[in-house]
Design a protein around this ligand. Structure first.
Ligand SMILES: Cc1ncc(COP(=O)(O)O)c(C=O)c1O
Length: 392
């Protein structure tokens, strides 16, 4: 029998069949074997979830919170998420605007499926987070890239954005702060993007997973400009060191949230109750936790930037926020893939290939600075030594 798979299999495959995480997994294995490896390839801070959050989950489990829950999430959690949105955007928002989902990633996927389908187009900003092509194409829609050039500090090219809109365009997906560039969209960027979306009747999906750890614990808001057309997705993963808990949200107009409920019913059936209790505890600690995570990242960004200063062929790009820094390695004469492989083999430092984030970051590599300062300094020394060994 000839076995067949659905077309979605191709839509979600890595471009060119290349796994951008290959070196990362090799590095993990080498580290497990005791090798002196520095892994800066993934954005998962090596710090523990706050104790009261863990305690709340344990108490909820022991208290029997192990049954089905509301599909869109418990009302007290949805209310707290709405309150975060009010604090960050200044716009009104209630539990009716909120769906609790399994992380920002789940929110992106749900938004894609609810907003577009075959024959439609979704615009994204290149560079973009590595899951965007698959998340967007899973809906059947075509992905259209609009550049954010390195020469413009990776801010999106609004003229190109406007030019990319066609009668088939349904939505613009973007992240602020961006992963990989760390760019926070400026008020002017947001004005321009909201204006294009308003005139062409487009949705905007604003991925704000790093917003809580940006300066002031918020970013200029697209939702505040266009509440009926903006879907905001986020989570506790980065702000509260809760990547493994898989809890996040989608915030949008209530009619969209009703559709999300239908989709969540057949896809997810709700987030575990004890995880939601933990999320409530996390949001009750939000201001202090976000402030300390912001400081944690700020200190480490400065350490890595200093450690990489004045390398003739490797230029770090200053990120506004988040936990990543792009390094321009074009002057080394190697492609980013060659640089990464060589760096890992000779110095045992694992970074991620910028090409995995789009065409604009081909020739760049991405370092995560959510690591111990001494480790970042040592990574800087190793990168410097490797770059020097290449000459040029
Ligand atoms: C831009 C961006 N969006 C979404 C995600 C996924 O986040 P979550 O853990 O909330 O699903 C990440 C994770 O690194 C990310 O960098």
């Amino acid at each position: 029998m000839k076995r067949r798979f659905a077309p979605i299999v191709d839509w979600i495959a890595h471009e060119g069949g290349v796994d951008p995480w290959a070196i990362h997994w090799e590095a993990r294995q080498a580290k497990d074997k005791g090798e002196d490896v520095i892994i800066l390839s993934v954005g998962d801070p090596p710090i523990d979830t706050p104790v009261p959050v863990v305690d709340r989950a344990v108490a909820a489990l022991r208290g029997g919170d192990t049954h089905y829950t509301e599909i869109l999430g418990k009302t007290p959690l949805r209310e707290r998420i709405a309150a975060v949105h009010v604090a960050r955007t200044g716009m009104s928002c209630s539990a009716d605007n909120v769906a609790v989902l399994a992380g920002t990633q789940n929110g992106l996927f749900v938004a894609s499926l609810c907003l577009a389908s075959h024959g439609d187009e979704i615009i994204t900003i290149d560079p973009m987070y590595t899951t965007y092509p698959a998340s967007i194409q899973a809906s059947g829609a075509k992905l259209v890239r609009v550049p954010a050039h390195a020469s413009a500090g990776f801010h999106p090219d609004l003229k190109a954005l406007e030019a990319a809109v066609t009668s088939r365009t349904r939505a613009i997906f973007l992240a602020t702060p961006s992963n990989p560039s760390g760019v926070v969209l400026s008020e002017k960027d947001c004005d321009g993007i909201a204006d294009i979306a308003r005139r062409h009747g487009l949705w905007i999906v604003s991925d704000e997973v790093y917003a809580g750890i940006a300066d002031g614990n918020r970013v200029p808001s697209l939702a505040a400009r266009l509440p009926n057309q903006v879907v905001t997705v986020g989570s506790l993963s980065k702000s509260h060191a809760m990547t493994g808990w898989r809890v996040g949200w989608l915030i949008g107009p209530p009619d969209l949230v009703k559709l999300v409920e239908e989709l969540a019913l057949c896809m997810l059936y709700g987030i575990p109750g004890f995880i939601q209790e933990a999320a409530i505890a996390a949001l009750d600690l939000r201001e202090d936790t976000e402030r300390s995570m912001h400081e944690y990242c700020r200190v480490r960004r400065d350490v890595l930037y200093r450690a990489l200063a004045d390398i003739p062929t490797v230029t770090p790009h200053w990120p506004d926020a988040g936990m990543f820094m792009l390094l321009d390695v074009r002057k080394t004469g190697l492609g980013s893939a060659g640089f990464l492989r060589g760096l890992f083999e000779s110095e045992k430092v694992s970074l991620l290939d910028g090409a995995a984030f789009g065409r604009e970051t081909d020739g760049f590599v991405r370092a995560c600075f959510a690591a111990e300062p001494a480790e970042l300094e040592e990574a800087g020394r190793r990168i410097r030594r490797y770059a020097a060994s290449l000459g040029g």
